[in-house]
Design a protein around this ligand. Structure first.
Ligand code: HEC
Length: 142
């Protein structure tokens, strides 16, 4: 190999190395940069959560009555999220299932509210109520 060829080969090798380093730095870092898994710590006890949930639920009824469809839909989403939070209060599989059902029923209500039709909204609302009751029948002693 002549000197010129050696230099060319070394040059090409360096370019490959630099290219590789650039590619590697452009790749997402993946798991290493993800925030650490955080443990969920509720702010409220069940009673506190329920008292707030009751206000959300009653306000939803009024919003549906007043045909404030967008506000009702957003609040139904919040109620669904509260059901999601309630899951973390559960230790028994049944409790968790009831909380999931209430969350799903509220998400269905939010979906129904997009149609802006009172009969359908009322029906979906009463299904949320049934999901609240199902858990209370099993877990609320008054
Ligand atoms: C997964 C179970 C579960 C679901 C679903 C649930 N609740 Fe409850 N709720 C409870 C339990 C348990 C209590 C008793 C809490 C206590 O007094 O310590 C309770 C109590 C309550 C109370 C009485 C709070 C107080 O001051 O003692 C209200 C009001 C209430 N729930 C409203 C609702 C509404 C409205 C829904 C549905 C949108 C709902 N709950 C869904 C478990 C549930």
């Amino acid at each position: 190999m002549s000197n010129n060829r050696l230099i060319a080969a070394a040059w090409a090798g360096m370019m490959i190395l630099i290219g590789g380093a650039l590619l590697a730095s452009a790749e997402p870092k993946g798991a290493a940069t993800q925030p650490a898994e955080r443990k969920f710590t509720p702010v409220l006890d069940i009673e506190g959560l329920m008292e707030g949930q009751e206000i959300v639920f009653a306000t939803l009824r009024d919003l549906i009555k007043d045909k404030k469809w967008d506000d009702a839909r957003h609040l139904a989403g919040v109620l669904s999220e509260l059901g999601n939070v309630n899951i973390h209060h559960g230790t028994e599989a049944d409790y968790i299932k009831h909380a999931e059902n209430m969350s799903k029923a509220s998400a269905n209500l939010a979906k129904a509210l997009r149609k802006r039709e009172e009969p359908e909204a009322r029906k979906a609302y009463s299904e949320v109520n049934a999901a609240c009751q199902a858990c209370h029948d099993q877990y609320k002693d008054h």
